[in-house]
Design a protein around this ligand. Structure first.
Ligand code: P5A
Length: 440
């Protein structure tokens, strides 16, 4: 992508409305734009990051055996009247009428809708277990939308829903998502700690929130500090192994970890003082087992091996991609801007032409840009006629992991400079060596 032809509206000034660093940096880097309170457009740079986050989430959901579908954002009120949540949900639910005066709503979550899909076509235990997910916009009319897309009214959610014949089966399904979440957050460059959590309007009694520790987090959390160093389940994890996944679950719940709603002061005080971590955190995921709460009210039954009808045991599993992007920035930035983990960086490499219009600089940059693009890298080429200082500041601000810098002096020697955004380390090398470094 040539920057001269791209759309990346950088802000020079710090936006006044931004109270936390991620919100400030997302606005300054031209990643998002507020359209009305708590409702955002994702501009091209932000959209690239969001897509990469979603690709990792999708990959790990698929690995754990979940199956993707797509459900609409607008739902009929009737379904929610069946479950009893239409009245219970209160003012957070955005209620709409269509032209026939039928009550509709912008979905805050999809338990009812997925249960409706399930009951219309699954009749036998032989079709279980089943886990269906989608990545879709949601709307919650939050009292206090704030911190940009961290807590917005319209936001994206990956929501998965599991269906099992028995409680034991449902626990295995829960453990699959538990392990998938540990892997997902690790691949996003984050350390998320599962903590016992309140179930709120979703219901049930087994629930974990996945929390990123961050000073700007909205939740107050308490946990054993050893969680910070625990190993993540690796690629060879067998998601069909009931014992294997139960062992992962037990290990990751063996020490104290709870959000403030579930905090037990006495149990926390039993942890040696030097191991106690009392901090603030960002909830990036939340998983629930709620048994037959929806299947009973909505009549979702299957025939069991005994020939009888059974209400299915269900769970639901949420991740907030539009919250994860700012959470990653909260965890990874410096005074100059964002430092993206390679896995979600909007571009892999930025090529900076320090003197656009200078034949040797232009030729070198075109060569490097073409070679890296051909090798399958996402490359941003800063071919604008801005001052070199402005280009360096922009490259640092948008956080691309590697900068390849071509200035007249180096280019005259057949060389470029390669800068690592995270460490700031710079190396001068031949053009060929720079290309070869990334074309493995
Ligand atoms: C689980 C999946 C649910 O809604 N139903 C389907 C269950 N859970 S939840 O905890 O309420 O939300 C899941 C995740 O969505 C993100 N999230 C938000 N992100 C941005 N702005 C918001 N206002 C917002 N509300 C929820 C969080 O990451 C949460 O863990």
């Amino acid at each position: 992508m040539r920057l001269s032809r791209y759309f990346m509206p950088i802000l020079k000034e710090n936006p006044k409305e931004a109270e936390i660093v991620s919100h400030r940096l997302m606005l300054r880097a031209g990643m998002i734009r507020q359209q009305s309170q708590g409702i955002y457009s994702w501009l091209p740079l932000g959209k690239r990051v969001l897509d990469k986050v979603n690709a990792i989430i999708r990959d790990e959901q698929n690995r754990a055996g979940a199956i993707e579908l797509s459900m609409p954002t607008l739902q009929s009120a009737e379904l929610w009247q069946e479950s009893g949540r239409y009245d219970a949900y209160g003012k957070e639910m955005l209620r709409i009428k269509d032209r026939q005066d039928r009550p509709m709503l912008y979905g805050p979550t999809n338990e009812e809708m997925v249960t409706d899909i399930f009951r219309s076509s699954v009749k036998s235990y032989k079709d279980l277990p089943l886990n269906l997910y989608h990545i879709q916009l949601k709307f919650r009319d939050e009292i206090r939308p704030r911190f940009g897309t961290m807590r917005s009214r319209e936001f994206m959610m990956k929501d998965a829903y599991s269906f099992d014949l028995t409680r034991e089966g449902a626990e295995h399904s829960y453990n699959k998502m538990f392990a998938a979440y540990l892997r997902t957050f690790e691949r996003l460059g984050l350390r998320a700690i599962p903590m016992r959590a309140d179930t709120g309007p979703i219901g049930g009694n087994l629930s974990h929130e996945f929390i990123i520790l961050a000073d700007t987090g909205e939740s107050e959390v308490f946990c054993h500090k050893d969680f910070v160093g625990f190993d993540i389940p690796d690629e060879r994890t067998d998601f069909d192994s009931v014992e294997g996944l139960q062992a992962i679950f037990e290990k990751w719940t063996s020490l104290y970890a709870a959000t403030s709603e579930m905090h037990d002061e006495a149990a926390f005080n039993a942890v040696p003082e030097s191991d106690r971590l009392s901090a603030r955190g960002i909830e990036v995921g939340h998983i629930f087992y709620f048994g037959t709460k929806y299947s009973e009210t909505m009549g979702a039954k299957v025939q069991g091996p005994d020939g009888k009808e059974h209400f299915v045991h269900m769970g639901s599993y949420g991740i907030g991609p539009t919250r994860l992007v700012p959470a990653i920035i909260e965890a990874s930035h410096d005074d100059n801007g964002i430092i993206w983990p390679a896995s979600v960086a909007p571009f892999d490499i930025v090529v900076i032409n320090m003197k656009a219009g200078d034949q040797a600089c232009d030729d070198t940059c075109e060569l490097v840009y073409a070679a890296l693009t051909k090798a399958g890298k996402d490359v941003l080429y800063d071919d604008t006629d801005d001052r070199a200082g402005t280009k360096f500041a922009t490259a640092d601000l948008i956080g691309v992991p590697v900068q390849v810098i071509a200035g007249p002096r180096a280019v005259a020697n057949g060389e470029v400079e390669v800068k690592d955004r995270k460490t700031g380390a710079r190396e001068t090398m031949t053009i060929e060596a720079a290309i070869n470094r990334f074309v493995a």
